[in-house]
Design a protein around this ligand. Sequence first.
Ligand code: PBG
Length: 335
Amino acid sequence: MSDNASFPNTRMRRSRAASWSRKMVSETTLSPADLIWPLFITEGEAIEEPIAALPGVSRWSVDNIVARAGDAIALGIPCIALFPNTQADRRSDDGAEALNPENLMCRAIRAIKAAHGDAIGVLTDVALDPYTAHGQDGLIDESGYVLNDETVAVLVDQAVNQADAGADIIAPSDMMDGRIGAIRKALEMNGHSNVQIMSYAAKYASAFYGPFRDAVGSRGLLKGDKKGYQMDPANSDEALREVAMDIAEGADSVMVKPGLPYLDIIRRVKDRFEIPVFAYQVSGEYAMIEAAAAAGAGDRDALVLETLTAFKRAGCSGILTYHAAHAARLLRAKA
Ligand code: PBG
């Protein structure tokens, strides 16, 4: 460092002193276009079911989901992510409801696309846990082991079923090996060459998914854990191998999940690969922020914007967050 770079010639606080200057030197910006809004669907009409574990988040009937998609468009949010709460009598050991062209997910996709067309992207979750009676993401054998190749065969059909209904982005969250290549091939063969794949490439076996499992109704059903397919939170090199494989198999973008505890993974992936990286700020993270704000430990709006900005700084192209609509409103008010 030259003498000129040392104090008092250099005062780092000089450029922080005024608001205009802070804006001028800001390295990271957050806008509604960076947000993807996850939404939970339930049966019925004109239904809003609040989810106790996720204060401020509800399950919506299809007609209301269409209205939420309209909210997203008005707020400048480019994409919504859909998750169904399948009614209990449609869950089975083989998760066959995932392949039903009239399932809740497909009806929601069609209704959103009929109402809004290409004004909004629809991202759909591929995994069997909202449809299985045992709550695992795939098919299991007698010992409860989640079978890989047999599951991939079903996921391929699930993905094509969603694409047939009009899904724009297929997002496999199951962590089976080889599913990205198999799904890409099936999409090509079935006339869906422009349907994207956002791979949950580095998805960790996390304690932060609890409220989500309540939201899709799988918490009470799940026996055991998902450590046999989701990643060990201790690992980082392994995430790069997962991402490399998914890119080679045809992923258009990759996701790291959960979010804040894994910013180091986001940065490593972004530095290594030329591909859009997304983070999922998951249900437990949302619940933590809400609980902290409710307890007076921090200002809710500031916590929301600071955490979302951190994802952008770490290298994300965008963030899936239950705070999407709220954050978009805050950003509009600030702009
Ligand atoms: C399951 C799935 C999960 C989430 C998205 N897809 C939970 C899990 O793996 O058990 C979690 C999302 C969240 O917690 O917000 N396929």
